[in-house]
Each structure stands twice: as structure tokens, then as C-alpha cells.
Design a protein around this ligand. Structure first.
Ligand code: MTE
Ligand code: MO
Length: 323
């Protein structure tokens, strides 16, 4: 296998076309019925929750026009055991061990700031507000590893419209589960709580930005940000705040956890960009979690491969300086 310098490696190239087509059909069918979609060779590694819990957590979904075609899914096991969720530990396997203590019901999102009026949305109302879609996205962490995740949700813009922001709102801030002291672990992960992230309003309103309730056709496992998170597929993973309890519409760029912590390493925009290295490591390649050894390293794509859809949001900006 050669490491390419340009372009992606579509699964159509590494799998005979008939198998690939069938796999895609299977994935679509599996997604539509809410069953786990499994990329063939990984089936045996798939770990499912107990059947009782799975039945309870199953989500009814429709196929999305925004799904990224031709990708091989990361297994459920890897997606749920290789996590970043510092509230529950700093090692990749900590969240899967510790996030069980997070209570995801009752759960509300408070809406504040530059809105017509303050509101509070219950998670079960949000779940029913729009049809839930299956959306397969590339997911890229700033630590230079990547996954492909079949998320479930609908465009964040649908929720933002229901929030009725004022025209003066230029940014939106997301606040993660705050300070429920008995849920968090009594340690200092080096960052301060609550975890906070933000987007410019046009980024937040982009149809690819997903208000996310599940993955693999079922409710989000706690370690992946239950019961509701954001996913911004063209940005590094830390922009995708988990377990959101508050959304605030603001005039100025909000403060965000990693940008506050180390601004020269983590910019506010954090668009995936192979040409702007992290000060301590390269962003030119990414390690594909769970891939066979000869496919583990692949070139990083500008905007994580979503440039056609999102590059115009940044017209006139120098993305090396405004990283
Ligand atoms: N509240 C909160 N959200 C968070 C994080 C976190 O530590 N706390 N980590 C971020 C980072 S760095 C990444 S890569 C993704 C990881 O999501 P995943 O574990 O579902 O793959 O969540 C992001 N959202
Ligand atoms: Mo990350």
C-alpha cells in the first residue's frame, strides 16, 4: 500500500466493487432499521451493549442527504472505547470506564443570551423536534487520528431556529455538563469546567453541523457525549462539545476551553488543515483508528474533506493565521 500525498483513499479502491456496493446497501439498510452497520472485516470486533439496553436506546432514523459516501465505518467498539472526554479521565479508555456515572435523564438545554426570550428545552422534546438522520461523517481529532462515525441527529440550524436568536447574535457558545460534582471525578485534568466551545453563527447554521443524539442507530453512549452533543465534521474534534446543557448566543467570539488553555496550539476556528501543523506535531497525515496496518496512515484532507461544502465560509481569511 502506498501512502498517497493527495486525495482520499475511497473504500471503493480497496474493496472489490461488488462487495463495496453490497456493503453500502447493507449499511443503508442497517441504518434505516436502526441496526448496527458493520464494515465487513470488523464484524467480529463489534461490541454491543446488553440487548435490554439496546432495545431501549434504539432510535428511529431516516437516511440523510448529507452522509459522506464511500467510507469504511470505524467499529462501535473503537468509537466507544477510544474517547476524549476529560470530565471522565484523560486516557482514551477512561471515559468508557467512568462515564457510566453520568445521569442523562432528566436533561435539559438552557438557551440564553441574545435571543427573543430565554428558553429551556427538554431532551425528549429535542429528540422529537425533527426527523433523526443517519449521517456518516469523517471525524478528525487534533491529535492526528481519525475515525468514521455513523452519527444520528439533525442539523443544528433546526434547533437554532427554534431558539430564535436576535440578529445581533454573531456566535454561539456550547457549555457541557457543568459541575454536578458527584458525576465528575475529583481530579484536575488540567482544564477548567465546564467545557466550553463555540462557533461563528454561519458555521453553526451550516447544514453539516449536526445536533447529535446517537451513533450506530442508537442513543449516544455516555462516553460519546450523551444525551446530546454537537458534531462539526470539518473541524478538529475538540470543537464538538459533548453532553451540552447550555447554549448561549453572543455578540463576540466566546471563550473556549482549549483556546483559553493554549491559544497557539488550539485556535478558535480549528478547521482541519494539513498545511497548518500543531506546534508539537504534523497535521499532514492522520492515523485511522482500527484500520489494518497498511491503511493506518492516510493524508489529512483540507477541511477534513468537506471543502466543497464549507470553504466559502472562510473566503478572504488567511487560514494559517486564523487557525
Ligand atoms: N465536554 C467535552 N466535550 C468534548 C471533549 C471533552 O473533553 N469534554 N473532548 C473533545 C475532543 S478533543 C474530541 S476528539 C471529541 C471526542 O469525541 P468522541 O470521544 O465521541 O470520539 O470530543 C470533544 N468534545
Ligand atoms: Mo480531539
Amino acid at each position: 500500500m502506498l501512502i498517497r500525498t493527495k486525495g482520499e483513499i475511497p473504500s471503493s479502491e480497496i474493496t472489490p466493487k461488488s462487495v463495496y456496493m453490497n456493503r453500502r446497501k447493507f449499511m443503508a439498510a442497517a441504518a434505516a432499521t436502526g441496526l448496527a452497520a458493520v464494515a465487513g472485516e470488523s464484524a467480529s470486533r463489534l461490541l454491543r451493549p446488553s440487548s435490554a439496553q439496546a432495545a431501549e436506546d434504539k432510535l428511529t432514523t431516516v437516511k440523510s442527504q448529507y452522509s459522506t459516501p464511500g467510507l469504511t465505518l470505524t467499529t462501535f467498539e473503537d468509537i466507544t472505547h477510544y474517547n476524549n472526554f476529560y470530565e471522565f479521565g484523560v486516557n482514551k479508555d477512561d471515559p468508557s470506564k467512568n462515564a457510566g456515572r453520568l445521569k442523562t435523564r432528566p436533561w435539559t438545554i438552557q438557551v440564553e443570551g441574545l435571543v427573543k426570550q430565554k428558553k429551556t428545552f427538554d431532551i425528549d422534546t429535542l429528540l422529537k423536534m425533527k426527523p433523526l438522520e443517519d449521517r456518516i461523517y469523517r471525524f478528525r481529532c487534533v491529535e492526528a487520528w481519525s475515525m468514521v462515525i455513523p452519527w444520528v441527529g439533525y442539523s443544528l440550524s433546526e434547533f437554532i431556529n427554534a431558539c430564535e436568536p436576535l440578529p445581533s447574535a454573531k456566535y454561539v457558545q456550547f457549555i457541557s455538563l457543568a459541575d454536578s460534582k458527584d458525576e465528575l471525578l475529583p481530579w484536575n485534568a488540567g482544564i477548567s469546567w465546564p467545557y466550553s466551545e463555540g462557533l461563528r453563527m454561519d458555521e453553526a447554521m451550516h447544514p453539516l453541523t449536526l445536533l447529535t443524539f446517537g451513533l450506530y442507530g442508537q442513543a449516544l453512549p455516555n462516553q460519546d457525549g450523551a444525551p446530546v452533543r454537537v458534531v462539526v465534521p470539518w473541524k478538529y474534534g475538540f470543537k464538538s462539545a459533548k453532553s451540552i446543557v447550555k447554549i448561549k448566543f453572543v455578540k463576540n467570539q466566546p471563550s473556549t476551553t482549549w483556546n483559553d488553555m493554549s491559544p497557539n496550539e488550539y485556535g478558535f476556528y480549528s478547521n482541519v488543515n494539513p498545511n497548518r501543523d500543531h506546534p508539537r506535531w504534523s497535521q499532514k497525515r492522520e492515523r485511522v483508528i482500527g484500520a489494518p496496518i497498511f491503511r493506518q496512515l492516510q493524508p489529512t484532507l483540507m477541511f477534513n474533506g468537506y471543502g466543497d461544502q464549507v470553504a466559502s465560509l472562510y473566503n478572504g481569511m488567511n487560514l494559517i493565521k486564523e487557525y
